[in-house]
Write a protein that binds this ligand. Structure first.
Ligand SMILES: N[C@@H](CCC(=O)N[C@@H](CS)C(=O)NCC(=O)O)C(=O)O
Length: 289
């Protein structure tokens, strides 16, 4: 089959007049979960898996940081959807190029290839399985953990981000920081006063914890740091009011896996006041990645 020209493998520009705003229309008595692709990696074959990610998206960045720290840069491929969408959902456009795996122009096609008449969320991140020709998972909770734990036969991790001995602590932190910080930040920004209080209380508690520890669970980076950091980096001004938390966030920004997966322009309003993420950070002793 002749290769299609690049332009025909790209979606047309965002057009909400023609396609409407992105929204999910579902019957209220549909019992299926909204995010229903939750398979796990069972065979760590280099080249088998691909991540569809979004630079703007904290949940995507969890998986791209985990991928880098697991040493999977040459094992699992990554590509990026455009930063804007209309009613068709996330799409492949000029800025980050065509879909290198399937040549889809819309991410929706990946979901439809997996489930005919798919009517759920067209979300990133997506872990695509080339061998089965389908979405393996769109569950950001497990994709990063699979990268950290299931590719040992084919890759050498830079850091062990999900060590057995710390899993319980990592998940306990998640039970607190997930609602208060990762999800709370949106509610706080939307004017929910209780969410804002919970968020700032969490920042104050974290600030204290990070005064004496380099990372959340001790001297080495874990999945807990990845989960927190993707929200911190998108927070903007106000973070500097928590000096240890802010120094911790800058410290992590020096790690290539964190820095290279971050593009501030994709989640910062033009002209918004910015923090200096490159200012040196005094930190307690730790192990670097
Ligand atoms: N909300 C998802 C996390 C992923 C997510 O929200 N991704 C956003 C981009 S940052 C997205 O693609 N949203 C489209 C949608 O959920 O319909 C989940 O709970 O699994």
């Amino acid at each position: 089959m002749p290769k299609l020209p690049r332009s025909s493998r790209l979606a047309s520009p965002v057009d909400t007049a023609a396609h409407g705003e992105y929204r999910i229309v579902r019957s209220p008595d549909d019992p299926r979960p909204l995010y229903r692709f939750t398979d796990r990696v069972t065979e760590a074959v280099p080249g088998r898996y691909h991540v569809y990610a979004g630079w703007f998206c904290p949940w995507s960045q969890r998986t791209t940081i985990a991928l880098e720290l697991a040493g999977l840069r040459d094992v699992v491929s990554v590509s990026y959807v455009d930063n804007a969408r209309d009613g068709r959902g996330w799409a492949f456009r000029e800025r980050y190029g065509p879909d290198p795996v399937n040549g889809f122009t819309l991410l929706r096609q990946a979901y439809e290839a997996t489930e005919p008449d798919f009517d759920g969320h067209v979300s990133v991140p997506v872990l695509w399985d080339r061998a089965r020709g389908r979405v393996l998972s769109n569950d950001f909770r497990t994709i990063g953990i699979d990268f950290a734990t299931r590719f040992r036969d084919v890759a050498e991790p830079l850091v062990e981000t999900y060590p057995e001995a710390l899993r319980e602590e990592i998940e306990q932190l998640d039970a607190w920081l997930g609602p208060a910080v990762n999800h709370g930040v949106q509610r706080a920004a939307a004017g929910d006063a209780a969410a804002r209080t919970a968020l700032l209380d969490a920042f104050a508690t974290l600030d204290e914890r990070l005064a004496t520890r380099r990372y959340l669970t001790g001297p080495a980076i874990t999945e807990a740091d990845i989960r927190l950091w993707v929200t911190l980096v998108r927070y903007g001004t106000g973070l500097e009011e928590y000096p240890h938390l802010w120094a911790y966030a800058r410290d992590l920004y020096t790690v290539p896996a964190f820095r290279d997966t971050t593009d501030f322009s994709t989640f910062t309003a033009p002209g918004a006041p910015a923090l200096d993420w490159t200012a040196p950070a005094e930190r307690p002793e730790g192990v670097s990645a």
